[in-house]
Design a protein around this ligand. Structure first.
Ligand SMILES: CC(C)(COP(=O)(O)OP(=O)(O)OC[C@H]1O[C@@H](n2cnc3c(N)ncnc32)[C@H](O)[C@@H]1OP(=O)(O)O)[C@@H](O)C(=O)NCCC(=O)NCCS
Length: 180
């Protein structure tokens, strides 16, 4: 990963993935002000500096080969509409995908398309298994996982601590040689 710049990925005529930059501080603040993004992703920003540090950390993830995070961009308006990440375990050949979409851009297949594109990128990198997890209380994420072709494996009981307590986490995977 780190011996090359993080790539931009064109998904289709509407969407592309590109690395986050410090010009995205305002949209990062807006995103984590949304109650559900804050809830499911355990983060909020009280200052521009905190958002800028988050973006610096994303870029460090690429340099350290631990995580590839992209802004999901609506191409016609060059507008950031979400985020998709692959946490990478290069040694074991595994990864884990996660995503959020800004409220105004939901219901148009943005998360599904970005999840598929990021997972394909990870498989092309050489990772065999990409997993995905969501709280059993997050029905939207379940629909994205299934539409993106992930296979359900089971429930990890009491696995993640959220603001309202411990949640069971539903686990899925997509392997490099899973059928399209
Ligand atoms: C979940 C989330 C990523 C979905 O983004 P999106 O771009 O609207 O998703 P898509 O348009 O690709 O939708 C895929 C499917 O999920 C369904 N879906 C999306 N949100 C849903 C919700 N809240 N409840 C039920 N179904 C939902 C869509 O209807 C669609 O199914 P369909 O095509 O059969 O109708 C977005 O709502 C979000 O960012 N939520 C807050 C953060 C979050 O939950 N992140 C995931 C943490 S694991």
């Amino acid at each position: 990963m780190a011996n090359e710049p993080q790539p931009e990925i064109t998904i289709d005529e509407e969407l592309m993935l590109r690395p986050w930059t410090h010009d995205d501080v305002a949209v990062a603040i807006t995103a984590f002000a949304a109650a559900d993004i804050q809830h499911w992703h355990f983060r909020r920003f009280d200052t521009k500096l905190e958002a800028a540090e988050w973006i610096t950390g994303l870029n460090r993830g690429w340099a350290e080969e631990t995580c590839a995070t992209w802004a999901i961009v609506f191409r016609p308006e060059a507008m950031v509409v979400g985020r998709v990440s692959i946490h990478t375990d290069l040694e074991d050949g595994h990864g884990e995908v996660s995503y959020w979409v800004l409220p105004h851009a939901r219901g148009k297949g943005v998360a599904t398309r970005a999840c598929v594109a990021a997972t394909e990128w990870a498989h092309a990198l050489g990772l065999n298994r990409i997993q995905l997890q969501h709280s059993t209380r997050n029905q939207g994420s379940r629909r994205v996982a299934l539409k993106a072709g992930f296979v359900e494996e089971g429930v990890r009981r009491g696995a993640n601590l959220h603001a309202d307590g411990w949640h069971d986490m539903r686990l899925y995977s997509r392997l490099a040689d899973d059928p399209v």
